[in-house]
Design a protein around this ligand. Structure first.
Ligand SMILES: Cc1cc2nc3c(=O)[nH]c(=O)nc-3n(C[C@H](O)[C@H](O)[C@H](O)COP(=O)(O)OP(=O)(O)OC[C@H]3O[C@@H](n4cnc5c(N)ncnc54)[C@H](O)[C@@H]3O)c2cc1C
Length: 391
C-alpha cells in the first residue's frame, strides 16, 4: 500500500483548498447527513454542490461526455472526499452519487442525457426510496407495488427513513413489479418525480430535534415507462451495487471522526485547566485517538486497493463498521468528559459549540444503522468473506 502523496494528488488538494477558501458556503454543519433548515443555507449548499461538479472535483468517475475526468483514479476521489471532510465544509447533496451511479451503469442514453447534467448542476436533488416499514434490513421483502398501465407504471405503497425526501425533486425507487418467484426477482428500479399527485412526503422529527428523514406514501403515483432503470426484475442487482458504493463512501467519514477527535482533545485540555481530568481519561483518549487513525487509514486502504485494481470484498464493510463504532465512542466520551454543560443542546444558553456534542452523540447511532446495520454488516462479513453458513 502506497501511503505517500504524489504530485498529482498534492496538486488536486491545493486546487480544492483554493476553491474551498474562496467559495465554500459558511453554513452551520451538523453531524451526519442532515439538511439545513434555513432555505438560504439550502440554496447555498446546492450552489456549492454544483460548483464541486463544475470544477470536476466530484463526479470524476462519470463518463467524460457527462463531465467525468478521463484519467480519474479512486485515490483522487479519496483525496477530494477527505479534503472536504478535513476542511469541515459541506460535501455533496446526498444520494446524487447513488442515483447517478445507477443511471450511468444501467440507464438508457435518454436517461443519462436528461438526469446527469441536471444532477451535476443541482437542478435535481435526489432521495433514495428503498426502505419500508417491513423491509429495511430485509430489503427484498419490500411491498410497494409498481403496476404497468400502458405507458406508465402506477405506484402504491409506503417507504420510510427517506433522507432529504422533503427537498428532493426525484427519487431513486425500488418497487415490486411481480409477486411471483423469489422475492429478489420481482423488484424493479425507477426514477420517480416526487412533485406529483399521489406522492405524499411526511417529515419525521428525530431525537436530535431535526427532520432528517421522511415517510413517503404513494397512491397511484405515475412513472413513465421511460423512467424505469434497467429491465423489470433487475432492481435487486442495481440496488446492491448502489449499496456497496454507499458503504465505500461511508468509509471516507473516518476523516470527520478524526476532526471530532481533535476537538475532543481540545475540550479535554479545557476541562483539565478548569477542574482537572478524572483518572484514566488520558489512556482512553490515547486509545480512541489510535482508533480514529485506524478508521481513517481503512478508508485509505479501500482507495489504494481500488486504485491498484485489487479491491477486497471485506474492506468496505470492515471500514464502515469500524468507523461507526469509533464515531459513537468519541461522542460518548465527549459527553462523559464535559459533564452537565456538555448536554446542553443547540438552543440552550451556554451550549458548548452550538450543542455539537449531544447532537453528535444522538446522531452517532444512525451510522451504525444507515447503509446496512452493524449486525447486517457482520452477517455480510461472516457469509461472503469468511464463508460461514448463511443466517
Ligand atoms: C441516518 C439514516 C439514513 C437513512 N436514509 C435512508 C434513505 O434515504 N432511504 C432509505 O430507503 N432508507 C434509509 N435509511 C434506512 C436504513 O436503510 C434502514 O434503517 C436499515 O436498512 C435498517 O432497517 P430497519 O430500520 O427496517 O431495521 P430492521 O431491519 O427492522 O432491523 C432492526 C434491528 O434488527 C437487526 N437485524 C435485522 N435483521 C437481522 C439479521 N438477519 N441478523 C441480525 N440482526 C438483524 C438490525 O441490525 C437492527 O438492529 C436510513 C437509515 C438511517 C439510520
Amino acid at each position: 500500500m502506497d501511503l505517500k502523496s504524489s504530485e498529482r494528488t498534492d496538486a488536486l488538494r491545493r486546487e480544492l483548498r483554493a476553491l474551498i477558501a474562496d467559495e465554500a458556503p459558511k453554513i452551520p454543519l451538523r453531524n451526519g447527513t442532515r439538511v439545513v433548515e434555513d432555505p438560504a443555507h439550502w440554496e447555498a449548499w446546492k450552489k456549492w454542490s454544483a460548483r464541486l461538479y463544475e470544477k470536476k472535483f466530484v463526479g470524476r468517475s462519470w463518463p467524460v461526455e457527462f463531465g467525468g475526468v478521463a484519467d480519474n483514479t479512486p485515490m483522487d476521489e479519496f483525496v477530494v472526499a477527505s479534503e472536504l471532510a478535513r476542511s469541515r465544509v459541506p460535501t455533496l447533496l446526498y444520494f446524487a452519487t447513488y442515483a447517478a451511479h445507477a443511471i450511468i451503469n444501467y440507464g438508457t442514453q435518454r436517461q443519462k442525457e436528461y438526469f446527469l447534467p441536471r444532477t451535476r448542476n443541482s437542478e435535481i436533488v435526489w432521495c433514495q426510496l428503498f426502505s419500508e416499514p417491513g423491509g429495511g434490513s430485509d430489503l427484498a421483502a419490500l411491498k410497494t407495488r409498481a403496476q404497468r398501465d400502458g405507458d406508465v407504471y402506477r405506484i402504491n405503497g409506503q417507504k420510510v427513513w427517506n433522507t432529504q425526501a422533503q427537498m428532493a425533486g426525484y427519487g431513486f425507487l425500488l418497487a415490486r413489479t411481480s409477486p411471483d418467484g423469489s422475492k429478489h426477482a420481482g423488484i424493479t428500479a425507477f426514477l420517480i418525480n416526487m412533485r406529483q399527485l399521489g406522492v405524499t412526503v411526511r417529515p419525521i422529527r428525530e431525537i436530535t430535534g431535526t427532520e432528517d428523514f421522511n415517510e413517503v406514501l404513494f397512491a397511484d403515483a405515475e412513472i413513465p415507462v421511460e423512467n424505469r432503470i434497467g429491465e423489470e426484475g433487475e432492481g435487486w442487482k442495481i440496488a446492491t451495487s448502489t449499496l456497496a458504493k454507499e458503504r465505500i463512501n461511508t468509509a471516507a467519514y473516518g476523516v470527520a471522526t478524526r476532526n471530532s477527535m481533535d476537538d475532543l482533545i481540545a475540550a479535554a485540555r479545557k476541562v483539565k485547566a478548569e477542574r482537572g481530568l478524572p483518572d484514566g481519561v488520558r489512556h482512553r483518549l490515547a486509545s480512541l485517538h489510535a482508533e480514529c487513525e485506524i478508521s481513517n487509514l481503512l478508508g485509505l486502504v479501500i482507495a489504494t486497493r481500488e486504485a491498484s485494481g485489487k479491491p477486497r470484498l471485506s474492506d468496505p464493510p470492515v471500514a464502515k463498521m469500524f468507523f461507526s463504532n469509533t464515531n459513537l465512542a468519541v461522542a460518548t466520551m465527549a459527553l462523559e468528559l464535559l459533564g452537565e454543560q456538555g448536554l446542553y443542546q443547540e438552543s440552550d444558553p451556554g451550549a458548548i459549540e452550538r450543542g455539537r456534542w449531544p447532537d453528535m452523540f444522538l446522531y452517532a447511532r444512525a451510522y451504525t444503522i444507515a447503509g446496512g446495520s452493524s449486525e447486517i454488516v457482520r452477517n455480510i462479513l461472516s457469509e461472503r468473506v469468511l464463508g460461514m453458513p448463511r443466517d
